[in-house]
Design a protein around this ligand. Structure first.
Ligand code: HEC
Ligand code: HEC
Length: 452
């Protein structure tokens, strides 16, 4: 990677004996310094600096806990957590998988983890480092070198919460949901599309996201245990690695308990596997396919008009946040879950500059208020197909204030399925979007952000 470093650099100089100093410098400068500088910069941007990236402890979470309990966690407490997590999950170079986990496979994790290279069969390794680390960070903390410049910030996977999925709030996305996010990217954000990667690579990356997420959630739980459940001052230990050789049976008993924490974090992903049954297979009456047919157009226009009434009415109350014009300007100021996790949830006001300062030092990114989507732009991040928008409305967007709509029959005053489709038709035909062209039907073939 560094062709002219150290000894090689000296050799490079010696290979140009016939040059005058200035010729040499000129040549040296353009040939070596620039590429070196660029490589160095790129390398630093992508990986930190030359060193192999490692999983850093969740310093922000530690700081939040320390603020909560009013004292610092001890080196022993922190060391026990780190060692336990490493024993179960391995390192950024060599991932480990505890027995009995089905949500991911070690082979796929190995392909996604570690350094970037290809073997003789042209299988690519180090996929996460190559494609994701600069935004999502080594530990999936969403704090890669590029992160603070981006809005929204790249996702911190360690909280285990995801926005765009076919499953309801509180459930993990399905493997297909993750794969779809990777293939499509997230339109309107810096999250790129990885549609050129092979299916096997997408699968490996999706499983690596699950692994980082399970690892992050496990680390949080173990930090909670050492700070809130166990009392180290009275001799409690999360796990004592000295017992591994001295009293293996005791060690195994301690370790089994920790493994069950990790296992349950993986298991949440298995439950997510069957797709949500919420998406109706048939489109409702009044939503039509044939836009050439004037009766159909008439029905669609009526559906859009009903959708608009629902949008601004009290039943769906979308305009409370999105505004009657869809611009999103009426929403009360609010922050997303990833910011609230270390501010509001820790009794810190995100606007209080002095209070957030130690948190920023511990790795938090500056709080930026969340904004409802400006629906006039016609770009939906979770996909712009009618089905996508339907799912966003009925499931909400986890981690944000976008609520899951109340639906009949669960809520007697709630929306009917047909009314949700009316809302979908309205969103697809926001006045500003629709004015550019023809009406969009809820069963039009559209897989991309902006309706055509
Ligand atoms: C240039 C920056 C960038 C790169 C590179 C990038 N992402 Fe992202 N990613 C983002 C941003 C920004 C978001 C948050 C979007 C949002 O909140 O709407 C995100 C969100 C996600 C999500 C969460 C989706 C959800 O439903 O909540 C996943 C999963 C994800 N990225 C996986 C990956 C993987 C895997 C890679 C590498 C193959 C990758 N990303 C590369 C910027 C990036
Ligand atoms: C309490 C505030 C709030 C209410 C009420 C609300 N939304 Fe949202 N909505 C949001 C926020 C915030 C986002 C952006 C979430 C994010 O960061 O991805 C959003 C995003 C969306 C999106 C974009 C989805 C995507 O893939 O990008 C659509 C469509 C949407 N809302 C429609 C609706 C409809 C229809 C209603 C009424 C049934 C509604 N919203 C009610 C806050 C709200």
């Amino acid at each position: 990677m560094y062709p002219f470093q150290g000894r090689n650099l000296t050799l490079a100089i010696l290979r140009f004996p016939g040059f005058t100093m200035s010729q040499f410098l000129k040549r040296f400068n353009s040939t070596y310094i620039r590429p070196l500088a660029v490589t160095g910069l790129l390398c630093a941007m992508m990986f930190g600096c030359g060193r192999d990236p490692e999983f850093a402890p969740n310093k922000l979470r530690i700081k939040v806990i320390e603020t909560e309990i009013g004292q610092d966690l001890t080196a022993t407490e922190l060391g026990d957590v780190q060692q336990a997590v490493e024993e179960m999950f391995g390192s950024a170079e060599v991932p480990k998988l505890i027995e009995g986990v089905e949500a991911v496979s070690l082979d796929r994790l190995r392909q996604a983890a570690g350094r970037v290279y290809s073997d003789e069969q042209d299988v690519h390794f180090g996929l996460y480092r190559k494609h994701c680390i600069r935004c999502h960070g080594t530990a999936g903390d969403g704090r890669g070198p590029a992160a603070r410049l981006l809005s929204p910030y790249p996702r911190d996977f360690r909280l285990g919460k995801f926005k765009f999925k076919s499953t309801p709030q509180g459930s993990k996305p399905t493997a297909d949901d993750l794969a779809r996010t990777l293939r499509m990217g997230i339109p309107g954000t810096s999250m790129p599309s990885f549609s050129l990667l092979r299916d096997s690579e997408i699968e490996a990356l999706a499983e690596y996201v699950i692994y980082l997420s399970a690892r992050g959630e496990t680390e949080r739980e173990l930090l909670n245990q050492v700070s809130h459940t166990l009392d180290y001052s009275r001799g409690d230990r999360l796990i004592d690695f000295d017992l591994k050789t001295k009293k293996p049976a005791d060690f195994d008993a301690q370790f089994d308990k920790l493994e069950s924490v990790a296992k349950s974090n993986y298991a949440k992903w298995q439950v997510a596997s069957p797709p949500s049954p919420k998406l109706p297979t048939a489109f409702p009456v009044g939503v039509v396919a044939d836009v050439e047919d004037s009766a159909s157009i008439d029905q669609l226009q009526k559906s859009v008009a009903r959708g608009r009434q629902l949008f601004i009415g009290n039943l769906a109350s979308c305009s409370k946040c999105h505004g009657e014009d869809g611009s999103g300007s009426t929403a009360p100021k609010d922050y997303d879950l990833w910011t609230k996790d270390w501010t509001v949830a820790a009794n810190i006001n995100p606007e209080d500059k002095a209070a957030i300062k130690p948190m920023l030092k511990a790795g938090a990114l500056k709080p930026v208020p969340m904004r409802p989507r400006d629906l006039r732009e016609g770009v939906c991040r979770g996909g712009g197909s009618p089905e996508d928008i339907y799912l966003r409305i009925v499931n909400g967007i986890e981690g944000t204030s976008m609520p899951a709509a109340a639906l009949q029959p669960n809520v007697s005053e709630g929306l009917t399925t047909d009314q949700v489709w009316d809302l979908v038709n309205f969103v697809l035909n926001m006045p500003s979007v629709a004015s550019e062209g023809k009406l969009v039907t809820a069963n039009a073939e559209s897989d991309q952000g902006a309706p055509q």
